[in-house]
Each structure stands twice: as structure tokens, then as C-alpha cells.
Design a protein. Structure first.
Length: 94
């Protein structure tokens, strides 16, 4: 998974066919992504914490909680889960 030369940009409906995975931090993100993408017929849109063994849970929003440590731990757990899944996929291919 390359990590260099990335930049943020707006999501478009055409992105759905170009990418395999869309990650949202909360249910509002999920709704907005599905609206922009025109739905999610292939099941590509997920909450980050689904990958941390916490399906349906949202990442703690420090704007409301003031708890940046909780947000960091949520994001770290979700990213680790995604990476574990990628390692497993790579092992199945090789």
C-alpha cells in the first residue's frame, strides 16, 4: 500500500468504481459518502471501528468530547485492523 504523494480532495460519484474501500469515522460520514457515491451496492463503505472489532461504533469526536486521547486510540485501533486485513489479503495472494 503506497503512502507517498497523497493529497485530500472531494469525493465524487466516479470514485466508487475506482476504489475498493471507503472509510467513515461516524454515521454522518457514512450517510454523506453514500449520498455522494450514489449508494453502496458493493458494500465498500465502512465505519473505521468496524475494523477494530467494534462494528457500528463511531470514532470519538474530540470537538464534542474534548478527549483527543480517546480519538487517537480509536483511529489507531481502526488503522491497525485495516492493516491486519491487508496483510491477510496479501498472504492469500502469495
Amino acid at each position: 500500500m503506497p503512502y507517498g504523494n497523497h493529497c485530500a480532495r472531494r469525493l465524487t460519484a466516479q470514485d466508487y468504481s475506482a476504489y475498493d474501500l471507503f472509510i467513515g469515522m461516524d454515521k454522518a460520514n457514512m450517510r454523506n459518502m453514500c449520498r455522494i457515491l450514489g449508494g453502496d451496492p458493493e458494500g465498500k463503505v465502512h465505519l473505521l471501528l468496524d475494523y477494530a472489532g467494534r462494528p457500528g461504533q463511531e470514532v470519538a469526536d474530540p470537538w464534542y468530547t474534548g478527549d483527543f486521547e480517546a480519538t487517537w486510540q480509536d483511529v489507531l485501533a481502526g488503522c491497525r485492523g485495516i492493516l491486519r486485513g491487508q496483510e491477510g489479503a496479501r498472504e492469500r495472494v502469495n
